[in-house]
Design a binder for this molecule. Sequence first.
Ligand code: HEC
Length: 172
Amino acid sequence: MQENENKEKQSDYDGIEYNPETRNKLPFSFKLIALVLLGFGIYYTPSYLPGVSGWTQEGEFNSDMEVYKKKLAATAVDSIQYDKFFTDAAAVEEGKTLYATQPCAACHGAGGEGLIGPNLKDAEWVYGGDAKAIFKSINIGRPKGMPAYKGQISTDDMLKLTAFVHSLSVAP
Ligand code: HEC
């Protein structure tokens, strides 16, 4: 009788009642966490563990870089077909109109004879008179006061300006 009373006291401590039969069962939240972690492990091991999946940080970095490089190549100056309009008479005419409507004439003179900017009519070039060089002068600008027109004039229009500027230098 004395023993029984003791037992009762153990399962009713400070007014908190324990049912000795369920006391050792895992709480639901523990099971849930264990399951989630187990699930994560099952997913992670074949997907990312280098020895099992072949996945490496470096590999992922390189594949990201491939995507990035492709994007860059699509927008890079070097993917431009510089001579697209270079000898196209119609484009040269359009370039002439652009030259007059864009600020070019303000610095290079109405006929390209030179003002603040250098003469574009002679056959002498500071940066080169081929399609790529002229386009670059217009596209990215030149250090001694030639503004960059990238983003302000479309690529095609810059190529037409290139054709026109070139035509000035070869005109008889
Ligand atoms: C604010 C004045 C200014 C404007 C506007 C301007 N340029 Fe220039 N440009 C210059 C100067 C100054 C240089 C020389 C830069 C240098 O030597 O670094 C130059 C250089 C150039 C060159 C290189 C010439 C060479 O000998 O290699 C080309 C081509 C050219 N400009 C074309 C144009 C065209 C086309 C436009 C209009 C879209 C234009 N520029 C608008 C001032 C201007």
